[in-house]
Ligand binder design. Sequence first.
Ligand code: SF4
Ligand code: SF4
Length: 269
Amino acid sequence: MKVFVIDVARCNGCYTCQIVCKDEHVDNDWAPIARPQPETGHFWMKMKEKTVGSVPKVQVQYTPTPCMHCDDAPCIKAGNGSVYKRTDGLVVIDPEKAQGDRTLVDSCPYGAIYWNDKLGLAQKCTGCAHLIDEGKPPRCAEACATDALKFGEEEDFKDLIAKAEVMLPESGTKPRVYYVNLPKKFVAGEVWDPKQDICIEDAAVTLIDKQTNKALTARTDDFGDFWFKGLIGENYSLKIEKEGYYPFEMADIKAGDSINVGDIALKSK
Ligand code: SF4
Ligand code: SF4
């Protein structure tokens, strides 16, 4: 059975996978696997780009997202025979049987299905099943220069899959697209002395997850910066201590997403 394994840490956001998907499918008729993709509005391989934090502590996160080729696919249930799973694991919308059925678009919890007005057809990533049948890889995986996007036999990727995550695990759809190194949140900031107008190096920074009471510690670098990465909590408190200065506390940090708490001025004693 085939899988996609996507290492987000290796993805540089070049968009090649999204572009070659269009090159393969726009104006090309691969029936009975897929009819032509329209020139605009469809992203069968969609690059999701998200900017988190604030200047100067910013990260741009790239997540390539095709159809998840779920083993327990809501689109197959909704299709009443018009959407099927192949023996290699890929999920395909039959262009003839699905003709005119717009309800398929809403059946996918990942938003992976698009409506083609001209053809009156719900369409999505097929995993380039027409190429797989010729012994070739999907265009996106073949084109990825950083090896971030891999496609192949599940067995060959078992080590990567063991440490991978899937999107929306709570939906119970059993995706066949696995993600490694999905971005987590960060809390970052900078500590300085306004009296001397200098960055404060080597200050002790303690971040406490208010839900679990777990404390993480860091020290400010040469520029007074601190970063806590790989976070999953929502609410934190922060304490900064440095000899010769009054301690500073931030009692309530809402980290619904990554956050730069900004420049923190310490008062000297
Ligand atoms: Fe990322 Fe590879 Fe897609 Fe480029 S081709 S955006 S590196 S997954
Ligand atoms: Fe169906 Fe959506 Fe799962 Fe793809 S991601 S198999 S379209 S439910």
